[in-house]
Design a protein around this ligand. Structure first.
Ligand SMILES: Cc1cc2nc3c(=O)[nH]c(=O)nc-3n(C[C@H](O)[C@H](O)[C@H](O)COP(=O)(O)OP(=O)(O)OC[C@H]3O[C@@H](n4cnc5c(N)ncnc54)[C@H](O)[C@@H]3O)c2cc1C
Length: 392
């Protein structure tokens, strides 16, 4: 294959990775009038961005993450209209099945206000669960700002919508090898299909950051977090509009975890549900437009992920989900493993790795939640740095 570079290939921005983080950055670049090439080693996105719950978990974030999630929420709603994928601004539902969980929800309601975190009765929580639900449910909270998309539909349609823009070119099945700085405010990007030039390269390869920029991944101890998931057949005509969160979610998401009551909740779950803590579960579910339920998840962090799924882990999650729904055994339609980047030091990285090259990775499992907000932050930083010059 010729290594010659056609000027035709020059773009203002070249984005590596067509998961939600790469696509959100592409959408932001287009909105700023820039031309973009997006390259991905696969023929379509099949990474973390299509393997998740499709839950934009806005309300349970805090600090800067809440700010990014709030911007991302608007981005999801806007792009859902533009790209023609469904989105549900129907909020989240956190169910409380012990007094500690009730206390966490009450504390969050007191600090955020009842318009953002609305406490509801057990009966109202059962209504939200389509009339089903664990008999142990004591109360619940509606999380106003959470939204949901179907990840498989949303990511594919967002890519298709971007591909229709005259400012955007996709190069699928094209692997990124690295970038050479060739001066003159542009860089040459080496790929499995020849070279491309761009004035700014943004590397959004998720958990594969260590493959392309190992020194950056090492400096923030970025590892792979593997999660087991399942798609199950819903109990007859069940409709659940919000994303459903449970006590284990309250240990994970910052706005819950920062409450004083969360420490007692951890002790309670350690005593009563040790099997969930042993797999570092975040017991959650969301319903897809066809009615099927996405059930998850477990967490296991290491540098190279073991390819073998544990049936014990799957059983634990499915039993817990059946209990949450107050149903008998759930019929599994699909099982899969998802992987995301995880760092003990940072929730996300936006880092310059060489001249004209930034790496962006969400290292805390909330890439759907903050996607469009993070993209805006990246471009704001680039524009303030004056490193982003227009080619075309
Ligand atoms: C099971 C699971 C559940 C989750 N649930 C939620 C949730 O409900 N809400 C939420 O906010 N977040 C959730 N997350 C986290 C979220 O999915 C991720 O943070 C987000 O999808 C990361 O997006 P990404 O674009 O960085 O990575 P990815 O979607 O993995 O995309 C990276 C892309 O880079 C490409 N690539 C990699 N290397 C190269 C290379 N050398 N050359 C070319 N292309 C390359 C890959 O092919 C891939 O398409 C979940 C994650 C998992 C795994």
């Amino acid at each position: 294959m010729s290594e010659s570079i056609s000027p035709f290939h020059d773009t203002d921005v070249l984005i590596v990775g067509a998961g939600i983080i790469g696509l959100a950055h592409a959408a932001e670049a287009v909105a700023r009038g820039l031309s973009v090439r997006i390259i991905d080693r696969d023929a379509r996105a099949v990474g973390a961005s299509i393997r998740n719950f499709g839950h934009c978990c806005v309300t349970a974030q805090s600090g800067e993450l809440l700010e990014l999630a709030t911007v991302a929420r608007e981005g999801w709603l806007r792009h859902s209209k533009l790209a023609g994928f469904s989105s549900l601004a129907s909020g989240g539902l956190a169910v409380a099945r012990n007094s500690q969980e009730v206390a966490v929800l009450e504390e969050l309601c007191a600090s955020r206000g009842a318009d953002q975190v609305q406490l509801i009765t057990a009966a109202a929580a059962h209504d939200q669960l389509g009339g089903l639900g664990d008999a142990a449910i004591m109360a619940g909270a509606l999380l106003r700002d959470d939204i949901r998309v179907d990840p498989r539909e949303a990511v594919a349609k967002l890519a298709n919508w971007l591909a229709r823009s005259p400012q955007v070119t996709f190069s699928w099945q094209t692997s990124y090898f690295g970038t050479d700085d060739d001066g003159a405010q542009r860089s040459t990007v080496r790929t499995s299909r020849g070279s491309f030039r761009a004035s700014r390269v943004i590397v959004c390869v998720g958990h594969d950051l260590d493959y392309v920029h190992p020194e950056l991944a090492e400096s923030f101890a970025v590892n792979r977090c593997a999660l087991q998931m399942a798609l199950v057949r819903p109990p007859a005509s069940l409709r659940i509009t919000p994303a459903v969160l449970t006590g284990t979610s309250m240990l994970r998401y910052p706005a819950f975890a920062e409450t004083a009551a969360a420490a007692e909740l951890k002790q309670e779950l350690a005593a009563k549900s040790p099997e969930l803590l042993a797999i570092d579960a975040n017991l959650m579910l969301t319903q897809r437009p066809d009615g099927t339920l996405i059930i998850g998840d477990s967490h296991h962090t290491e540098s190279t992920v073991d390819p073998f799924l544990s049936e014990d882990t799957q059983d634990t999650l499915l039993r817990a989900a059946a209990q949450l729904l107050g149903t008998g055994d759930l019929q599994v339609l699909q099982r899969w493993q998802g992987v995301y980047a995880s760092s003990p030091h940072q929730n996300f990285l936006i880092k310059d790795v060489q001249a004209n090259v930034s790496a962006v990775s969400v290292t805390s499992g909330i890439g759907m939640t903050i996607s469009f907000g993070l993209a805006r932050k990246t471009f704001d930083q680039l524009e303030n740095a004056p490193v982003l010059s227009k080619i075309s």
